[in-house]
Design a binder for this molecule. Sequence first.
Ligand SMILES: Nc1nc2c(c(=O)[nH]1)N=C([C@H](O)[C@@H](O)CO)CN2
Length: 118
Amino acid sequence: MDIVYIRELEVETVIGIYDWEREIRQRVNLDLEMGTDIRQAANTEDVENTLNYKTVSDRLIDFISQSEFLLVETMAEQIAELVKEEFSVKWLRLRLGKPGAVPAAQDVGVIIERGERW
Ligand SMILES: Nc1nc2c(c(=O)[nH]1)N=C([C@H](O)[C@@H](O)CO)CN2
């Protein structure tokens, strides 16, 4: 299994459980690893034959910036579902961080892995 990845994608969104958090936009960031097979793209040098990280990034920026989740857990699950369904990804690992949430911490969030490696 090969991996196409996106690192430190940053998006502003409405997220959080407290009333004040529903009134502002906060930054989230994510790392995403997507299982794939890169050999056909490598042999043809055709981006149509691979998982296009630009297309995935643009879709996630659009989805996250329009969302209004309460928990990072919910956002992470919804991102995983979107990537699996819309981009036919069978395995992924996602780290979703909310760096402003705990002032004493550099970052907090969740890491999830979904699907089967092969
Ligand atoms: N496991 C989680 N813990 C907390 C979350 C969350 O989404 N998942 N959210 C909050 C608040 O919204 C927090 O980010 C505000 O500082 C607290 N704990």
